[in-house]
Design a protein around this ligand. Sequence first.
Ligand code: LLP
Length: 425
Amino acid sequence: MQKNHLQIGGVDAVYLAEQYGTPLFVYDVNQIRERSRSFTRTFESLGVDYQVAYASKAFSSIAMLQVAKQENLSLDVVSQGELYTAIKAGYPADKIHMHGNNKSKEELEMAVEYNIGCIVVDNFYEIELLNEILNQRQTNMRVLLRVTPGIEAHTHDYILTGQEDSKFGFDLISQQADLAMEILLKYDRIDVLGVHCHIGSQIFETQGFIMAIKKIYETLARWKEKYHYQSQVINLGGGFGIRYTNEDEPLPLNEYVVKLVETVKYETEQRDLDLPEIWIEPGRSIVGEAGTTLYTVGSIKKLPGVRKYVSVDGGMTDNIRPALYQAKYHAVVANKINETVEETVSIAGKCCESGDMLIWDLDVPNIESGDILAVASTGAYGYSMANHYNRFAKPAVVFVENGQDRLVVKRETYQDVVANDLSYE
Ligand code: LLP
């Protein structure tokens, strides 16, 4: 372990790059555990019934789901592939919740077959499909009704939209949600546990959540009157923001939980309802900051007086977020961690596309070909959105914990890349 090297979870990052090759996703497992526990401990301390479901779309692999299971998290899956991974990881089926705005018959059948914890119903088509499956199989299923409360939260601000224009869930304004509820309550094989909403992602304040809870409670109060229905569960989704660069100022995770619980308790009392279980489903805030991507620096192109392009051996194939959302990242040179800043460079990916830039204007020490660049906070929606553009093989993933490193997803080979190609000769 060298002094001038970045350490991740007690392991030398340069050693990891040499040992496993680059690009490489490295997760500090202690951070994943700590972040999970800051949610669960806060709920425990507030004495309410709760579930924290890890949104596995942020990063799903068998090892990751095993860590989530060890931390007693429930699990949010949005596809058959994510459900399959959960089953392979030995996830207790009753802790799995299934999302999706267009669940197929096969997906619903698999969810019913494994008798997962609940299905978050999203639309009328799905309600009918699910009911048919349940009747055919003579079995029951628990559901949450996904509603769109007309609040969209974005990082620092939120937008109140009258008619919610979203592909997800049932509208509260035009009373689509009421209609859905009427249908669900008629179906004997469906047990409606409660409501779900998700107002957005990478949110830095609590106001949007508070507004959503208030909107939902207007509906819950109406449902008590209209249908004598009381919600046992209110699921407020995920979306808690993280730090990518120093420009980001996320709230401590416990603050979100405290505010959500406070607001739900207050609204419940005001409207004379029974306190429901409070569920959340964070993804990014559990794995985002725990992940770092290591790259090797290759070609360096100097445009005097304009810019210096430093190319690395990955790019939009392992992190599409800068290209897709103009997302910003911070990075350090892992083998020159104590050296002073000497220049400002831009980090380019190696895909055949000008838009494949990972970071514009990064301050670095004298950077050279062969250096190891460590991009921070790549743990969420990096590997999970990785793709084969330009026929790149997907990177490996390594977990580090208490000074030990362990390969948890193998690097793809080029044989893997062509594995499904068939000859036309
Ligand atoms: N629950 C539902 C219903 C969701 O749609 C999402 C994210 C989550 C939970 C988890 O949200 P989180 O805590 O991770 O913010 N690919 C984008 C993010 C898409 C989020 C989609 N839904 C990105 O890279 O920023």
